[in-house]
Write a protein that binds this ligand. Sequence first.
Ligand SMILES: *Cc1c(COP(=O)(O)O)cnc(C)c1O
Length: 400
Amino acid sequence: MNSYQIDQSGFYGSYGGAYIPEILYKTVEDLRRQYLPIIESEEFLHEYYQLLRDYVGRPSPLYYARRMSERYGCRLYLKREDLNHTGAHKINNAIGQVLLARRMGKRRIIAETGAGQHGVATATVCALMGLPCRVYMGALDVKRQHVNVERMRMLGAEVYPVESGNKTLKDATNEAIRDWCCHPADTFYIIGSTVGPHPYPDLVARLQSVISQELKVQLQEKEDRPWPDVLMACVGGGSNAAGTIYHYLDDTRVRIVLAEAGGLGIDTEQTAASLNIGTVGILHGSRIKVMQTEDGQIIEPYSISAGLDYPGTGPMHCNLFETGRATVLPVNDDEALRAAFELTRLEGIIPALESSHALALLPKMKFRPDEVVVLTVSGRGDKDLDTYLKHMPQQETKNK
Ligand SMILES: *Cc1c(COP(=O)(O)O)cnc(C)c1O
């Protein structure tokens, strides 16, 4: 049983673990010993679910997409994480980790961010709780994601531009880890996806598992059975996908099909498809598949979607991919863009570019007409409007 869940020693199959410097051992060990008793306690769950309901707006709707269903010949439901406060699923995790930090007596929050989405979610919850917050961000990303930087500053967070390396996410993460090493006693490091040393991947997966917990109830209501035939989501580090599949991992009636960012194509240098083309390595304290050169230097990933261009994928998904439990297909920039315009015009929903990668799986699939398909729309597309407008198809422009 539970063969696809984490094991006693913090591994999913051969992936995961906690490969950390000596100086962090005690901090990570404290977290490992305390996280389950705290997040499973009645008192924690009461506060967590109350905030998810009244602050985030959960449960997020499960929407039957009629016109998309007709086009793809199935019964397609969209799990609407785009309707959450701050516009994506990341807030579920940020709330949970801040509540955990408080109960562990940590009064200072740090985080790393690439596109800025996790930084905004963390800064939001820190404002709510009145906690000081520093967000590490590559200096290049600070320039590229200006609006999110302003949002974090307005929320009271200190955005710390990282000038080392390529000045992107990987360098921001290294700097956050350095900070954590220096302030282990009072500082909690909030990781934004199912990555990092054990227990982070499991912690984040559990905090996002509210998605599939709600799916069970919502599918029972709408389809008279708690499981779908197919689950679909996009994978960056893996957290919205992990939340979507969590309670169905060991239910083999449910097919799992995930999208990772193909960029300009997996046969080009411009890609972020680390499951399909990566090799095993240690990144950010975890044994996972990473995009690296033969001598172990990280290859800078590329995707049109800033939230998917992480050079690795979390250990849960590495194991699901390797065992064949999940099908993981690369989706290229142009396919994701096409899917975004299609959803917008058929259902009136502008998806985040990340979520568009999951939507672009649909034309690659073959469904039976009665199959129940649930696809998670991880976020809304407001943040991606500039990119969408730049790539607006000719006829859609004329349509107006
Ligand atoms: C960050 C982000 C992702 C990718 O992260 P995961 O941890 O793989 O879910 C996907 N969609 C949106 C909207 C995001 O902000």
